[in-house]
Design a protein around this ligand. Structure first.
Ligand code: PLP
Length: 392
């Protein structure tokens, strides 16, 4: 007789056989340029800690002070008894930072999409979505009964054709990642906005990898392209460049008020904790005041990428500090990553199904926390392993 868990055992077995079983490494220190992974000190080249805020003293102090004053938990969902003055302060500061009328704090970037998309779109409506959009956007779309029109990656003409075909549907939403996380390429937002304006569509951008990275002081992709006031909804995360955890939606006062009244992750899941929110406020305060960490991040990214190219590595077509080191077959990428780990570099391989077959890679994430010595150390190791494996 088949046990009730046989299907799980079989799936796990299949993953092992296909070489897709993910062994997750354990970090035993704070997340900085260097981390302790399973007892070993290694250079961290795979976190989304773009600005080095994950263990920044100013954020840590803000979190500790918040615990002393507010304790560790919000005690309830925000709409019943969980909204603290800290949440309101973060929302005001985020709106000012983004240049929008209002912002709403939710628990994660994933939740921004689950909060927003189902609230806007019903079964009479249509969502236009880039084929490479993040899983949380896809899940947000799945929570609606709206029709879906998937447009080819970054293809404004393809989007226009679909808009035209569906122009009789009254309510239209175009949703896209701002920065695509596997290749580091940007959404063609100016073209998307123009098409949206022509066809009367709402535009939403998920700026998870653009926050703290693009635009003046890291204000994100809308600022980068100078599209203030022309993008209806900006969704963001506090878990990448901001170094903490949490998410927010920024836009018009009406939109944010609507979310406050009706968004399910807001109404049915407890608020972000006081230390998290306080650390997020500290991160926004720092970026309001200075763009030094953003500049350092870009300097590091440009140096590392150009040196990797000089060594003969293919770093794809990234336009951001996300640096894919293209290796082809999954096995090469896994072997490369293991050899790098032996050499004190922590950089994970990414293969199918996260990226297409034959496009396996090591995705290097640069950070303002890296020193030039760190980058030179990494370049030496990449060169060594690259030659060893016949990649360069
Ligand atoms: C990482 C990411 C998220 C999820 O953010 P969390 O705060 O970790 O939940 C959502 N959307 C995009 C585009 C992302 O890259």
């Amino acid at each position: 007789m088949m046990g009730k868990y046989t299907f799980i055992e079989q799936t796990l077995e299949d993953l092992r056989k296909q070489g897709l079983y993910n062994t997750i490494r354990t970090i035993e220190s704070s997340v900085g340029a260097w981390v302790i992974v399973e007892g070993k000190r290694v250079l961290n080249m795979c976190s989304n800690n773009y600005l080095g805020f994950a263990n920044d003293k100013r954020l840590c102090t803000a979190a500790k002070d918040a615990i002393d004053r507010y304790g560790v938990g919000p005690g309830a969902v925000r709409s019943i008894a969980g909204t603290m003055s800290l949440h309101i302060e973060l929302e005001k500061k985020l709106a000012a930072f983004k240049g929008t009328e209002a912002a709403l704090s939710v628990q994660s970037g994933l939740n921004t999409n689950l909060a927003t998309i189902p609230l806007l779109m019903g079964k009479e409506d249509i969502i236009f979505t880039d084929e490479l959009n993040h899983a949380s956007i896809i899940d947000g779309c799945r929570l609606t009964k709206a029709k879906r029109a998937i447009f080819p990656h970054r293809d404004v003409d393809g989007l226009r054709a679909l808009l035209k075909e569906n122009q009789d549907i009254a309510k239209k939403l175009i949703v896209t990642d701002g920065v695509f996380s596997m290749d580091g390429d940007l959404a063609p937002l100016p073209g998307i906005v123009e098409a949206a304006e022509q066809y009367g569509a709402i535009v939403m951008v998920d700026d998870a990898h653009g926050e703290g990275v693009l635009g003046s002081h890291g204000r994100g992709i809308v600022d980068h392209y100078g599209l203030h006031g022309r993008v209806d909804i900006e969704a963001g995360t506090m878990s990448k460049a901001f170094g903490v955890v949490g998410g927010y939606v920024a836009g018009s006062s009406e939109l944010v008020e609507y979310l406050r009244q009706r968004a399910r992750p807001f109404l049915f899941s407890s608020a972000a904790t006081p230390p998290d929110v306080a650390a997020c406020i500290a991160a926004v305060d720092i970026l309001q005041e200075t763009d030094a960490p953003v500049k350092k991040l870009w300097e590091n990214a440009e140096y590392f990428k150009s040196e990797m190219n000089n060594l003969g590595f293919d770093t794809g077509h990234s336009e951001t500090p996300i640096t894919p080191v293209m290796l082809g077959e999954a096995k090469t990428a896994w072997d490369f990553s293991k050899r790098l780990f032996d050499e004190e570099i922590f950089a994970t391989a990414i293969a199918f199904p996260t990226v297409p077959k034959g496009k396996a890679r090591i995705r290097v994430m640069l950070s303002a926390a890296h020193s030039k010595d760190d980058l030179d150390f990494a370049l030496g190791k990449f060169a060594k392993v690259g030659r060893e494996l016949g990649v360069i």
